[in-house]
Each structure stands twice: as structure tokens, then as C-alpha cells.
Design a binder for this molecule. Structure first.
Ligand code: NDP
Length: 237
């Protein structure tokens, strides 16, 4: 297990689900972890008490709040941009404001947060964005807007890797497949359909995604950049 003692780490969207598993993983190995949340104050406070991490209320959809939150963390070693939402449904009837809000959180926020983090980031730092296998494959109707938001992350990661590579900073996306969380419960109504697309027919656990984030953030990840690290049980195969 890689030791993160003394590392300055920020997780955007850390109060629940995959983000909370990532907070636990880094805090459990000695990092100084702060995480943001939007609405889940009770969950955020409970996680902070459990892990010794610092909760910060900041809505990723609010660009000013997001940028000042990232900037306030100073010279980061690692930023994990996990906050995301899912809006699915018939594109002919989906609320366009809900789609735009999702694009703000899933696309605009990762870009602005990554750029702001890079300003003060230490050499050899790590920028990790949680994308989705739906950036590669969307086998259902109703997922176009979500898929476009996760495909956008791919272009961003490739470009920013080249912008910051001369400082040893790596920029990568983790692309989970179905992963047990409130967004996508393993016993939800779509679970069996999702599993039918997979080689390993189960939801991942948040801890499995967090372990990949820890690998990318650790010393063995130094030459991995501009890449999509898919962890999906074969959903996209
Ligand atoms: P959850 O809905 O379980 O948790 C989402 C987390 O993001 C919460 O901590 C939430 O905080 C935070 N968040 C959401 N909106 C905002 C916002 N506007 N500002 C700040 N924080 C916010 O989702 P998951 O854990 O399942 O998903 C995490 C990421 O993984 C997302 O980017 C998602 O797209 C991606 N993903 C998930 C998959 C899955 O199957 N679960 C598969 C592939 C990708 P709060 O509650 O306080 O608002």
C-alpha cells in the first residue's frame, strides 16, 4: 500500500459514494484530505469525523465558489475531481435546465478545477477526474447528455496532460462501470440490465475505484498521463 503521509489532497464531491471511498483511502494512509460536498451536510460531517478529513461546502456548479475553494487549498499534491450528477431520460422531454446543470457539474467544473489546481500544484502532482465508461459506450436510450458529459472529460484529460507534463503533473480519467452508490444502487431497477452487458456481472465497490485512484496518485503512476483508466467489469469490452 502506498503511503500518502503529509500529502495535501482535495477530493471534489467526497461526501458520499465513490468520492467518500476515495477520501477514506487517502486519509487512511496519512494524507491531509479536504473534500467538498453540495447538499449532504450530515454525511459530510460523519465522514470527516470518521477519517479526520476536512469538509468544505462548495457547489461545483458555482464556478466562483469552486475556483476559490480549490485555490484556498494551496499547493496540492493530488486533486480528485469526482463530483458528478446523472440526468437520464428521453431527450425530447428532458428539462434543458437540468441538462445544463449536469454539464456545468460534469464538464465545466472539472475543467476549471483542474486548471485552478494546476496553478499552485507541486511538481509531479496528480489530477484525477472520475469519468465513466459511458464516455466510451452508451448502450441504453436516454443517456446521451450524460454520455456527452463523460466523453468531454476524455478530450480534456488528453489536452491538459500535454499542458502540465513539463512539471511532471499527470492528468488522467478513471472510467468506472456500474458502481454501487446512491446514484447507481447495486439492487436498483436497472442493475440486471447493466450486468447483462458485463463480463463480470456485478457492480464494483467504491473501494475498488479508490484503489485505482491511489495507484495513479502514487509513485508507480508517474508515467501514466493523458489516459482513460477503465474499471468496468468489461461493460465496454
Ligand atoms: P453519488 O450520487 O452517490 O455521489 C455524488 C457525490 O458528488 C456526492 O458526494 C455529492 O455531494 C457530490 N456532488 C454532486 N453534485 C455536486 C455539486 N454540485 N457540488 C459538489 N459536490 C457534488 O454518485 P457516485 O458516487 O455514484 O458517482 C461519483 C462519480 O462517479 C460521478 O462523477 C459519476 O458520474 C461517476 N460514475 C459513477 C458510476 C456509478 O455507477 N456509480 C459509474 C461511472 C461513473 P452532495 O451529496 O453533498 O451533493
Amino acid at each position: 500500500m502506498t503511503d500518502f503521509a503529509g500529502k495535501n489532497i482535495l477530493v471534489l464531491g467526497g461526501s458520499r459514494g465513490i468520492g467518500a471511498a476515495i477520501v477514506r483511502r487517502f486519509a487512511g494512509r496519512g494524507a491531509k484530505v479536504a473534500f467538498t460536498y453540495a447538499g449532504s451536510q450530515d454525511a459530510a460531517e460523519a465522514l470527516a469525523a470518521e477519517t479526520g478529513s476536512e469538509p468544505v461546502q462548495a457547489d461545483s456548479a458555482d464556478r466562483g465558489q469552486l475556483i476559490s475553494t480549490v485555490s484556498a487549498r494551496g499547493a496540492l499534491d493530488v486533486i480528485v475531481i469526482n463530483a458528478g450528477t446523472l440526468v437520464m431520460g428521453d431527450p425530447l422531454t428532458l428539462d434543458p435546465d437540468a441538462v445544463d446543470r449536469m454539464i456545468n457539474i460534469n464538464v465545466r467544473a472539472p475543467y476549471h478545477a483542474a486548471v485552478e489546481a494546476a496553478r499552485a500544484m507541486k511538481d509531479n502532482g496528480r489530477i484525477i477526474v472520475i469519468g465513466s465508461v459511458n464516455g466510451d459506450r452508451m448502450p441504453f436510450a436516454g443517456g446521451a447528455a450524460y454520455a456527452l458529459s463523460k466523453s468531454a472529460i476524455q478530450g480534456m484529460v488528453r489536452g491538459l496532460a500535454r499542458d502540465f507534463g513539463d512539471r511532471g503533473i499527470t492528468v488522467n480519467a478513471i472510467q468506472p462501470g456500474p458502481t454501487d452508490s446512491e446514484m447507481n444502487p447495486s439492487d436498483g431497477p436497472m442493475a440486471a440490465t447493466m450486468h447483462s452487458f458485463m463480463a463480470i456481472k456485478r457492480h464494483a465497490r467504491g473501494e475498488e475505484i479508490a484503489e485505482l485512484a491511489a495507484f495513479l496518485a502514487g509513485p508507480h503512476g508517474a508515467m501514466i498521463t493523458g489516459s482513460m483508466q477503465t474499471i468496468d467489469g468489461g461493460f465496454g469490452a
